[in-house]
Design a protein around this ligand. Structure first.
Ligand SMILES: Nc1ncnc2c1ncn2[C@@H]1O[C@H](COP(=O)(O)OP(=O)(O)OP(=O)(O)O)[C@@H](O)[C@H]1O
Length: 250
């Protein structure tokens, strides 16, 4: 019997080859990434974990085109980022990458709805009304669209940020400690939405986190230490992640 073809892992949504990032020069230089090669399959949810200072944020910033690697290459949705000008990178980030940050990073003077559609408008794209309605429905934001961020709870603000990140159907959503400012129940809700975006919409998600419970929502965990990939856990349980982190001395 043949089963329906899965899109997971068929073509990577993003990949890094031999990525090196050095900060500074001379004797005080820090090699934050020391030859990282990774693939992020389309429709896969990956958590990046490692001790403080291991290079997680640097890796995410290089993958998302927020920072340039010293050497090596990053391919996102078939485009080699190392070949792009600053202007082209700006456009790529706006149109093909979604971001979810610990601090939500919403525009305080705009309503929830305006925040969600802002990146599309900056890109001169017309929002897909059906897609936005689906996102608003799934994220339970229907009665909050006219509110400003200061009138929303932390969990609601992060749900607005997720809707904003997904609105352009980006190649990859990068989430940097998305539950860091939330209590555990609200954090679980936000992680469930990220999980749902992977399962139902085939979204590719890459999340940096310190929290083994948060990581257990992912399909796999990539372990980073001293700027290198030192292990991976498929279908991670919180216990397995905690054990692995303890072994790394985190
Ligand atoms: N702009 C910078 N200039 C100099 N060194 C930097 C810079 N950014 C990061 N580093 C160094 O690079 C290394 C990796 O930092 P990075 O922030 O990527 O780690 P991290 O794993 O995300 O840490 P944390 O979990 O504490 O956020 C660290 O040694 C850090 O001090």
């Amino acid at each position: 019997m043949t089963s329906a073809p899965s899109t997971v892992g068929v073509q990577p949504a993003a990949s890094a080859v031999d990525l090196v990032k050095t900060y500074g020069s001379g004797p005080t230089a820090v090699r934050a990434l020391d030859g990282v090669s990774l693939e992020f399959g389309t429709g896969q949810f990956t958590a990046i974990m490692g001790p403080s200072g291991s290079g997680k944020s640097t890796l995410m910033h290089c993958l998302a085109g927020l920072d340039a690697a010293t050497s090596g290459s990053v391919v996102l949705g078939g485009t080699d980022l190392t070949k792009l000008s600053d202007r082209q990178l700006t456009v790529l980030r706006r149109e093909r990458v979604g971001f979810v940050f610990q601090a939500f990073n919403l525009m305080p003077t705009l309503t929830a709805e305006q925040n969600i559609t802002l990146p599309l408008e900056l890109a001169g794209r017309r929002p897909d009304a059906d897609w936005l309605a689906t996102l608003v429905d799934v994220l339970g934001l229907g009665d909050r669209l006219r509110h400003r961020p200061s009138e929303l709870s932390g969990g609601q603000q992060q749900r607005v940020a997720i809707a904003r990140a997904l609105a352009s159907r980006p190649d990859v959503v990068f989430a940097d400690e998305p539950t860091g400012n939330l209590d555990s129940r609200t954090g679980a809700e936000v992680l469930s939405f990220l999980r749902q975006s992977v399962r139902e919409f085939g979204q590719t998600v890459v999340m940096v986190t310190h929290d083994p419970v948060a990581a257990s929502y992912a399909d796999r965990v990539v372990l980073v230490a001293d700027g290198r990939v030192v292990g991976e856990i498929d279908r991670p349980s919180a216990g397995a992640v905690l054990d692995a982190m303890r072994e790394l001395g985190a």
